[in-house]
Design a protein around this ligand. Structure first.
Ligand SMILES: [Zn+2]
Length: 593
């Protein structure tokens, strides 16, 4: 029989499963193999999902499982859809009623399925949605939208909102994920909109698909000018080709063209951009302001409360098509909670394991299970806050994975370098004031972040610590604030970066006249991933030390990188193959088992 869940429409023989391995043909019926099993169940604010035009700042219960109906190269959720198994004991079993109870208990106004695709757990989601609706909760999800007409009809009655992730318009891109064409997705967007479901569309923006994104905007505009389009600037993870990542500046240029097609367009994965804000389509007035909140996430920062917000432009009376005023209270997610930061946490664990010689997925999954089972994410969050506890964390994962010796080798290497740096401390003269930024000039990384500890270890003064920062991983500051900090040196994050040229130009444009800009002391890293997320930060630390105190430190950083890759990854260091994964050291890296 044919599976009706998604448009791949696998033909499944009796007692067999389809391509996703999650549904079985049993007695001429499609059954779900792993029902009611959840990887995450936690409250989030809706912008982290992300949904921007529906109950702003609303608190929802996030649910996610494992698996997917697609397999896309460079997927940010690859860890949970491909590596984590649905049988894993890291998953919690909850009945639909227990999920709904959890939402009510946490004062959530609804339930949202995200991170992996609800098409991977369609029957489970259907039951939860039905029950949640009955109890007066809102229901939504993020999905690739590859529903069949039949499965869409089943879920449609219960859905209040959906984020449909479009891969592109070409058959090529859908075929590379396991589908066939974009047609079912576009059909479903139209249908959902017609049925009164609040729809937002997200699309990956790569160097090679800019025209496709413009064409997509044209197609959405024919359905409604008010459907928000979320532009996801591509972050090359996993095996993805790093040359496909557009710069923030290129993405902003495309954003401006897209505004000619649609009333509301948003740019994600670009810390410091203004284009996560909602502007009045008629007069340009800023109605809502948002900050970057990790990959694919946003956080509402203005208006600060809901009172008086009527979603009408105060300047020209244009009605902004946002459903409901913003929530009065702000919800602050727990460590690594709220959308994709969870996948980053798992990746940081994997990053340590891979660098101590773990090369089979099973061992990684075992450690994840161990960590997830015992409030371990909070411990991890604490462990990666400074250099010493990070080394302890490596030892800890060495024990868990029975790779104590390799872990000790790595710690010894790192300690050696740190002690060389510490030996230089007595000779330090004036310490430079250092500002650490992610993406664009005004996105100030929170003072307690690890990158700022690197700066201090390398003999700098972290000016980020002088700013009271409420956001995570940071927040936008004003030009005046940055000018008052007057840093001597600026480092741009090795995760979400800008080129020095783009950065410098932006500084001049917006009036930043600090010493670092006057003297062109703005720096990036030779390679991504050298300041956070993987033990490769030790390479970044040497790089920072060289720059801050060239009179004292003379590390041969590229030679160290070659040594590090040989010794800990058993592979050659090649700049061209480095992408933005924390865990996989190169786009050419593969599991051995
Ligand atoms: Zn207006």
């Amino acid at each position: 029989m044919k599976c009706y869940i998604c448009e791949r429409s696998c033909t499944i023989q009796e007692r067999n499963t389809g391509a996703c391995g999650l549904y079985k043909n049993q007695g001429a019926e499609i059954i779900e193999l792993y029902p009611n099993r959840y990887l995450t169940v936690c409250p989030i604010s809706i912008e982290t999902m992300p949904i921007l035009h529906f109950y702003p700042r609303g608190k929802f219960l996030q649910i996610s499982t494992t698996g997917c109906n697609f397999k896309c190269n460079g997927c940010i959720s690859a860890l949970i859809v491909e590596e984590m198994e649905p049988k894993s004991k890291a998953l919690r079993e909850l009945s639909p009623q227990q999920v709904v109870d959890e939402a009510v208990k946490n004062d959530c106004i609804g339930v949202a399925f995200l991170l992996n695709d609800p098409l991977a757990s369609f029957l489970t989601f259907l039951k939860v949605a039905e029950l949640a609706k009955k109890q007066g909760l809102l229901v939504g999800c993020s999905s690739n939208g590859y529903f069949t007409e039949s499965s869409l009809a089943k879920i449609s009655d219960y859905l209040d909102f959906i984020n449909v992730g479009v891969k592109g318009l070409s058959d090529r891109v859908y075929q590379s994920c396991g589908g066939s064409t974009a047609e079912p997705v576009l059909r479903n967007i139209k249908k959902l909109h017609e049925n009164g479901v609040h729809v937002e569309v997200s699309c990956m923006l790569k160097r090679d698909n800019m025209q496709e994104v413009l064409d997509l905007a044209g197609i959405i505009a024919e359905i409604s000018l008010d459907i928000p389009l979320q532009l996801m600037r591509f972050i090359p993870l996993e095996g993805a080709d790093p040359s496909l990542e557009p710069s923030i500046r290129e993405a902003e240029t495309l954003y401006l063209s897209l505004r000619n097609y649609l009333n509301y367009v948003y740019l994600f994965n670009s810390p410091g951009t203004d284009y996560l804000n909602t502007f009045c389509p008629r007069c340009g007035e800023v109605i809502y302001k948002r900050d970057f909140y990790g990959p694919m996430g946003a956080k509402l920062t203005f208006p600060e409360t809901g009172s008086g917000q009527k979603n009408i432009c105060p300047h020209c009376d244009w009605i902004i098509s946002i459903k409901a005023p913003p929530a009065e209270t702000k919800y602050q997610e727990g460590d690594f909670e709220g959308g994709y930061p969870f996948t980053r946490a798992l990746e940081m664990i994997e990053a340590i394991l891979i660098s101590i010689g773990v090369t089979d997925k099973k061992s990684v999954v075992q450690v994840w299970e161990e960590v997830l089972g015992q409030k371990g994410l909070q411990i991890l969050h604490h462990g990666i806050q400074n250099l010493e506890t990070y080394l302890e964390t490596i030892r800890h994962f060495g024990n868990l994975s029975k790779m104590e010796n390799k872990a000790e080798d790595l710690v010894t290497y790192m300690e050696e370098k740190i002690s060389v740096i510490k030996d230089g401390w007595p000779a330090l003269g004036k310490k430079p004031r250092v500002y650490y930024v992610m993406g664009k000039p005004l996105f100030c990384l929170k003072g307690e972040r690890f990158e700022n500890q690197l700066v201090e270890a390398a003999g700098g003064i972290s000016v980020n610590k002088e700013i009271e920062c409420t956001g995570r991983p940071g927040m936008q500051i004003s030009v005046e604030q940055l000018n008052a900090l007057n840093p001597d040196v600026i480092f741009i994050s090795a995760f979400l970066s800008s080129s020095v040229e783009d950065f410098y130009e932006e500084c001049c444009k917006i009036g930043i006249n600090v010493e670092a800009v006057k003297n062109m002391r703005i720096y990036t890293y030779p390679a991504p991933g050298w300041d956070f997320g993987s033990p490769r930060w030790i390479l970044g630390l040497m790089h920072i030390a060289n720059i801050l105190h060239p009179e004292i430190y003379h590390f041969e950083v590229m030679a160290e990188a070659e040594r590090f890759y040989k010794e800990f990854y058993d592979m050659d260091f090649s700049l061209a193959d480095l992408n933005r994964s924390f865990s996989k050291p190169s786009s050419k890296w593969n599991w051995k088992n």
